[in-house]
Each structure stands twice: as C-alpha cells, then as structure tokens.
Design a protein around this ligand. Structure first.
Ligand SMILES: C[S@@+](CC[C@H](N)C(=O)[O-])C[C@H]1O[C@@H](n2cnc3c(N)ncnc32)[C@H](O)[C@@H]1O
Length: 261
C-alpha cells in the first residue's frame, strides 16, 4: 500500500480512541452517519443477490460489509487505508461468523484490482478524503462489471459561497468536497449511466439529531468508557454539522449509477 497517504497519519482523525468514540454515536461497527439504518435503506436500492461481488471502499469497522454478506449472501471485499480501522475490522471477523467478508489495508486510488470484477461498488463517507474524484471514478468504472452499479454517500457542499466556519471545518479535517451536481458529473464523465445525484441533507439532519439524542440518553454508558471531554467533543461536532446544514453550506449527497450491460 501507499505509505504516503495514510488518512490517520495525515489528520489524526482515525486513532483507535477516536474511532471507538465515533462508533459510540454512529452505532456498532459504523463510522458513518445513520449507521445500520442507512445501510439498510441503501441496500434496498441495489437488488443484491447471492454470490454477487461487492467492493466496499473505506470499509472502516466493517459494518456494511458484515450486514451485506450476512443478509444477502454477497462476497464483500473491504478496502481501507487506515491500519487501525482494518485491525479493528479483522478483530471483529474473529469475534463472529463473517463468511464472505474480506478486509485489506490499501489505498483504493493506487491498489491493483481486477477490471470488470465487481457487481457493486459501494462507499460511505469516504470519498471526502480523496482529492482527485475524476481519476477515482474512472478507475471505479473500469472495476465495475457490465450491468453493475455504484452507490456512494458522501459529505458535500453547496455550489458557490459557503460560510467561513464551514470552509475552516472541512479544510482542517482534510476533506475535499464538491457540490452534488459537480460530483454527479464525475460519475457521468467516467461512463456511468442514469446517474442520480441526490441531496439527502434533510435525512442527514434528522439522523444527526437522533444520534445526539441517543448519545445523551446513553450518557452514563458512554462515560463508562470515555470522558466528559469526549462527550462534549462529539456533541459539539454534531451541533456544528447541524449549523452548517441549516445555513446551507453543508450538503449530504447520495450518488448512484450503472455501467451499461
Ligand atoms: C468516515 S469513515 C467511513 C467508514 C465506513 N465506510 C462506515 O460507513 O462506517 C471513512 C473511511 O475511509 C477510509 N479511506 C479514506 N481514504 C481512503 C482511500 N484512499 N482508500 C481506502 N480507504 C480510504 C478511512 O480510512 C476511513 O476508514
């Protein structure tokens, strides 16, 4: 794998502590908004069938991979750039029945993968870390089987002006954000057909509220493992995201496309 682009080293965002702290608010095995609830909604769009091959990019702790393999009998290859994420995902493979799931440590931008070998390319809240979306989408198109699909959720921004506070937030986090239309254009330019780039911000806001409420309900459980500073950090970060969405700067995008059969 490429040593030069380890997200956790670059931003300090994915240390074991920070990952397990995020998991407390996103839900068991997840580091993405809505956790399992959103995975179920997305899977319903895909017509997954036994034996299909899925590439999960930025697979994190493996929540989506475990769910898809167990529920639909698909084979999932999870790829993640963060050593700690992959270590934890592999620990969880040991702790449960996880047939059909494999996790590898690598950078999707540079790793060799077999052309036209995946029925579904899946990624949740990972592409924000990747600056060159055009090159990424071209590569993913080549990996998609004829007739196969791509489904992505990601943080995005409104076109044009965004608030200074939001700009500071995503720059400091090392995120590379596009507006949904520009984002969708990369899918179309790569060759995907019937590209749907949908603004899911209202669902995102609903989920952020739910996650904050759950964390406060489970406050004592959280404080058994983490500190009150950790709790304040998460609540502050969630409140900030709600503020960026309310002012219109932050957008949550869902993108879907298909390779011609
Ligand atoms: C916000 S987490 C989401 C994890 C998971 N998709 C989930 O839903 O819980 C983003 C993940 O993308 C990974 N990532 C970022 N850039 C990557 C790249 N170029 N190749 C593979 N994984 C990458 C990070 O290490 C991190 O685990």
């Amino acid at each position: 794998m490429s040593e030069s682009r380890n997200v956790s080293q670059e931003t300090g965002q994915y240390t074991r502590h920070s990952i397990l702290r995020y998991e407390k608010i996103f839900g068991q095995d997840f580091v993405s908004t809505g956790g399992l609830a959103v995975v179920k909604e997305l899977c319903a769009m895909l017509d997954l069938r036994k034996g299909m091959r899925v590439l999960d990019i930025g697979s994190g702790l493996g929540g989506a991979a475990f769910y898809m393999a167990k529920t639909y009998g698909v084979e999932v290859l999870g790829v993640d750039l963060s050593q700690v994420m992959v270590d934890i995902a592999l620990e969880r493979v040991q702790q449960r029945e996880a047939a059909g799931v494999r996790f590898v440590l690598d950078d999707v931008c540079t790793m060799p993968l077999e052309e036209a070998s995946f029925d579904v390319i899946w990624s949740r809240d990972c592409f924000l870390h990747i600056p060159d979306k055009a090159a990424l989408l071209k590569k993913l198109y080549r990996l998609t089987r004829p007739g196969g699909q791509i489904l992505v959720t990601d943080y995005a921004r409104r076109a044009g002006h965004v608030s200074e506070a939001f700009e500071k937030y995503f720059t400091k986090s090392g995120y590379h954000l596009l507006d949904p239309e520009a984002y969708g254009a990369h899918f179309t330019n790569a060759g995907y057909l019937n590209v749907e780039s949908s603004n899911q911000t209202s669902r995102f806001v609903e989920l952020l509220h739910q996650e904050m409420e759950m964390l406060q309900v489970d406050r004592d459980k959280f404080l058994a493992d983490f500190t009150s500073e950790d709790l304040d950090y998460l609540l502050r970060r969630w409140a900030d995201k709600l503020g960026y969405c309310a002012e219109g700067s932050m957008v949550f995008a869902r993108l879907h496309g298909r390779r011609a059969a």
